[in-house]
Write a protein that binds this ligand. Sequence first.
Ligand SMILES: Cc1cc2nc3c(=O)[nH]c(=O)nc-3n(C[C@H](O)[C@H](O)[C@H](O)COP(=O)(O)OP(=O)(O)OC[C@H]3O[C@@H](n4cnc5c(N)ncnc54)[C@H](O)[C@@H]3O)c2cc1C
Length: 330
Amino acid sequence: MRLNGEEYLGLLIKQANPNATQIEIGAVAMEQVQNLGAAVGMFTEHIQKSNLVGQADTDLALSMTDFAAKHGFSIYLEALQPFALGYGYAYFDKIPAASVMKLIVSATEQRSRYPFVGFPCGTQSLAEGMAATLEDIRLSAPVTKVEKLDNGLEVQADGQPTETYDKVIFATTLDLVRSMMTLAPEVDELFSTLFTLRYFTTVCKQEGITITNTLDFYAAGTYEANQNSIALIAWTANPTEVATTVYQFASPDASLSDLSDRMMAELQSFWGANVTEIILQREWTNYYSQVSVDDFAAGFFDQVDALQGEDGIYYVGSQFSFETLSATIF
Ligand SMILES: Cc1cc2nc3c(=O)[nH]c(=O)nc-3n(C[C@H](O)[C@H](O)[C@H](O)COP(=O)(O)OP(=O)(O)OC[C@H]3O[C@@H](n4cnc5c(N)ncnc54)[C@H](O)[C@@H]3O)c2cc1C
C-alpha cells in the first residue's frame, strides 16, 4: 500500500476507531500532533542537546513506545515507524526516546540549529572538505593498538612508524576502541554494552514503482518484528533516472542472497514492483551504535562522559549524539 504520512496516520486512527467519522479522525490526528508538540516543549532543552548525556533520569530514558504512550501520541508514533525503520533507526520499543525525539524534531520542524542540508556531490565531499583543512592525514593506515606508557600514548598503525602522543581522540565506535586498547575491566564491560546493527543499501532497477518526486519515500505499511529485512525506502536523486535505492536491516546470520530474495519479495508484495537488475549491494557494519533502553536508563552515556579526558583519551562520534550527521558534527 502506498500512502503519504498523513493518509497513513488517518488509516491507523480509523483502525483504532472503526466508527469514527472523517471529522473525528481529523480531531484525533490533531490531538496526537499537539501531544507530541507538548512533549517536545517539555524536553526541548534535552532534545536540542547534541549528545545524550544527562537524560538517564528523565522520561526520555523510557523506550520510545512507552514515552509516546505516556505523553499521548502512540498512534502518531506508529505512523512514523515505517519511516524510522526504513532509515535504519530500528524499532521504537527497543530504543530510548532520547534518540528518537531528536529524529522526530529534526524531521518535523525546520529548526535553525539542524536545518536539512544535502551534499550535491555526495557525503564523501564533506570528509574531503574537512580533510583539506588538516595538515597531516594518513589514509589506509588503520590504528591497530593504542597503549598508555609513562611518557604518553603510543599509537601503532598499519604501515606507519610507531608514534607517541599526549592525547588520543577515538572517533570510532567503542567496540573498536576495545579491540585497539587494553582497558580497565569495568571500562571494557561498560563499552561492551554498546551494540551496532547490520544495514544494507541496494541500488537496483525496478519496474512498478514510479518515482514522482526528487526524494520519493516509500515504506511498508506492515512489517514483521525483528526479521531480516523490513520497511523499504526507494528514491532517486533524479526522477528521470531508473536506479532506485533500497535500504534494509539484516539479522546477524542473513546472507546477501537471503536479503536480495526478501527485498524482491517485499517490493513485489507491498508495491507490485519487480526488480529487474541489482546494480550494487553494500553492507554498512557498525551502523547505528546504540545501547538498550535499560542500559540507557542505567546511565551509560553519563558514565562514558565521566571518562572523557582520562589519561589524555577522548571518545567522539555519532554514538554519543544519535546517528545523524548534523548531531555528530555539532
Ligand atoms: C547507508 C547510510 C545512510 C545514512 N544516511 C544519513 C542521512 O541521510 N543523514 C544523516 O544525517 N546521517 C545519515 N547516516 C548516518 C551518518 O552517516 C553517520 O551518523 C555518521 O557518518 C557517523 O559519523 P562518525 O564520525 O561517528 O562515524 P563514521 O563516519 O563511521 O567514522 C568512523 C571512521 O573510523 C574509521 N576507523 C574504523 N576503525 C579504524 C581504525 N582502527 N583506525 C583508523 N580509523 C578507523 C572508519 O573507517 C570510519 O571512517 C547514514 C548512514 C548510513 C550507513
